[in-house]
Design a protein around this ligand. Structure first.
Ligand code: GLN
Length: 246
C-alpha cells in the first residue's frame, strides 16, 4: 500500500535528528512491501490533513517554534478533523507543545497552539533533561517506551486528557505528575527524542498500523527481527533506570 505522510515544518523542527523518525517509518513500511509518499509542509503551504494517513511534527527550540506557531495554530480545525477521522499523528517535543492550546516560551512570548491535545505548556527555569523510561498501554498493547528528553516547557494535561505513558524513570510532561506525553485516537504527542522510533519498534509499528488502516488496509504487520532495535531499547531503558525516578 501507499501511505501518505505529511511532514510539517521539516526545515524548522528537527532537533536531535527527529527527522530520523520518518526514516524509520519508511524502512519498516518498505520491509513489509509498503511505500511512503512524504510531503514536506512549510508555513503558507496548502494542506488538507485528512488526505494524509500520517502527520508528523518534530521538535525545535523556542525561536523556531515561534516562527511556525501561528501557521500551525491556523491548521488546528483541519488537524482535529483529520485525527477524528483516523489519521495517525506523531508530534515530538516542540511540535507536541504546539499541538496543545499554547506554549509560553522562556522569554515570556505566548505562542498559540492547534488545540489537538488538551494541555497547556509554560517554560520553567530549569530544563528537564535525561533518559526516560515509560510504561505505555496502547489500546491493550502494553509496552515500554524509551527516549531522551530536554525541555524547558512544563506541559499540564487537563484532567480528562489521556497521557501516552506513566513515568518509570525521568521527568515527563511537567516533572511532577508522573506522566509523559498525550494521546488522542491515533495521535501521539511526546517529549521523547532520540530520534524516538529507532529504539521503539513496537510504537513505530503501532503508528504504521494505524496509518495503514486509514489508507484502507489492515494493521497486520509481519514481525521483523528487530535485534538491534531491542538492544538499543534495552540500553536506553538501563540508562534511564540508573538515573532513577523523578
Ligand atoms: N523549546 C521547547 C522547550 O525547551 C522544546 C525543546 C525541544 O523540542 N527539545 O521546552
Amino acid at each position: 500500500m501507499r501511505i501518505r505522510v505529511a511532514h510539517l515544518y521539516p526545515d524548522y523542527l528537527n532537533i536531535y535528528a527527529d527527522r530520523g523518525n520518518i526514516a524509520v517509518f519508511e524502512r519498516r513500511a518498505a520491509l513489509r512491501g509498503h511505500s511512503l509518499e512524504i510531503v514536506g509542509v512549510e508555513p503558507g503551504d496548502t494542506l488538507e490533513p485528512s488526505a494524509f494517513d500520517l502527520v508528523y511534527v518534530g521538535g525545535g527550540q523556542d525561536r523556531e517554534q515561534a516562527l511556525i506557531a501561528p501557521d500551525l495554530a491556523a491548521r488546528g480545525d483541519a488537524i482535529r478533523t483529520a485525527v477524528a477521522g483516523g489519521t495517525a499523528l506523531l508530534a515530538v517535543c516542540g511540535g507536541y507543545q504546539l499541538l496543545g492550546r499554547g506554549y509560553r516560551g522562556r522569554n515570556g512570548s505566548a505562542m498559540p497552539g492547534a488545540g489537538l491535545f488538551a494541555h497547556e505548556t509554560v517554560a520553567g527555569d530549569k530544563r528537564l533533561i535525561g533518559d526516560v523510561l515509560l510504561d505505555v498501554d496502547l489500546d491493550g498493547l502494553t509496552t515500554t517506551v524509551v527516549g531522551f528528553e530536554n525541555h524547558a516547557g512544563r506541559t499540564l494535561l487537563d484532567l480528562d486528557a489521556v497521557p501516552l505513558g506513566k513515568i518509570v524513570a525521568g521527568h515527563g510532561n511537567d516533572g511532577t505528575s508522573g506522566y509523559e506525553g498525550c494521546r488522542v485516537g491515533a495521535a501521539i504527542g511526546t517529549y521523547l527524542h532520540g530520534p524516538l522510533l529507532p529504539r521503539n519498534p513496537v510504537l513505530a509499528d503501532w503508528l504504521l498500523g494505524r496509518a495503514l488502516v486509514h489508507a484502507g488496509g489492515t494493521d497486520e504487520l509481519e514481525p521483523l527481527p528487530d535485534e538491534l532495535e531491542r538492544l538499543a531499547h534495552a540500553v536506553s531503558a538501563g540508562r534511564a533506570r540508573s538515573r532513577g525516578g523523578r
